[in-house]
Design a protein around this ligand. Sequence first.
Ligand code: MF3
Ligand code: CO
Ligand code: CO
Length: 276
Amino acid sequence: MTEYVAVTADTPLARTGAIKLHGPDGFAGMRRAGRLAAEILDALVPHVVSGVTTAELDDIVREMTLAGGGVPATLGYRGYTHSCCISINHVVCHGIPSERTLKDGDIVNIDVTPMVDGWHGDTSRMYLVGDVALKAKRLVDVTYESLMLGIAQARPGNYLGDISHAIQTHAEKHRFGVVRDFCGHGLGQVFHDAPEVVHVGRPKTGPMLKPGMFFTIEPMINIGRPDVKLLDDGWTAVTRDRSLSAQFEHSIGITEDGCEIFTTSPKGLDRPPYAA
Ligand code: MF3
Ligand code: CO
Ligand code: CO
């Protein structure tokens, strides 16, 4: 039932539902896009401080993306007019940059997607502003661990369900809720492509992983219930119970014997704390 298509020079870019299997050119393109994405998140570290507005951070993302030879894929995407998403505290994802200032104790996700030579690097990390409560730090740690345990399942012959299951098991062991309403996604020359990468599931279910598959894994984990609610702006998703939510995202490619993470931090700043 799952359809796969080997990408060649004449493969249509369109989203057909088939899972694209990319070759060396795709890996090269994703390495460039993923690296710029990770460098942008690295560069934001000293700027994510109490008092900064999220609009100011968005400006930095846009300028760095353009300076790095990319374009923010979110600019103009389905009517979205910003260069990144910034989701604070109980915001699950797709927070819109605004005049809101960060304050001591906030936990903040910044999600960037530079498109470089047509390839998309999609990644997000959590940032801690000042002194953050222990419970919130534990949420951030468990969310990062869940992502990496999912990535550890990413190899040929395994299934997407193996990734989902690893994420869900770890998060729920800590009594956190895994968001169902948003998922990871295939990507490449298309921003959001097949397959859907859900973050809860059973082992050995879903599409089998094959070399050349590119997709994101981006679990959203809540201290409370998994349920989300969309605000009237049509974008901002928040936890229904107003509990804190965290997310990390990497873009990966399946290789012959495992996977390559395209969005690893060149500076080792993949997770907080970022300062010594
Ligand atoms: N970067 C998000 C993702 O991980 C998508 C943001 S789309 C936007 O898929 F329009 F909300 F910016
Ligand atoms: Co994504
Ligand atoms: Co993203």
